[in-house]
Unconditional design. Sequence first.
Length: 151
Amino acid sequence: MNSCILMAQIVSEPELRSTQDQTSVSTMIVEFESTREGEAPGTLQVEGWGKLAEEMKNSHHSGDQIIVEGRLSMNVVEHNGYKEKKAKLVASKIYPMGMTSSPSYQQADNVVDFTSSPHPQPAYAETTTSVPEPPAAAPASSNEDWDEIPF
């Protein structure tokens, strides 16, 4: 199954266009932190289709922090005689994180904002428990009873 979830920041304004059959398509570039220390952030093209494409153009802007859910697509592109693999994330859902640069945009009710305040930590009562001693090892015995088990 090809399913990806990526937390990223939009670095280019979404561009909206239409296919020949008038289906809306929007693309934007996002940047995400590297998993390796000292490595530059990664960038990826995000593509949305139909209603999501229009939402991308109207609701998401450069600088916004988002969570993108979708599928990863790999394409081979020929550039100056060289073949190059390009990855893009075909979005199925986009969730805003915190405030966006568009004041008219309303965050969905089912989206959790992980950027605002720290999550409340549950209060645990400090208890001291004693760990029981493991039982003494049983004396070594012969494996005669193993011969009676039918295999």
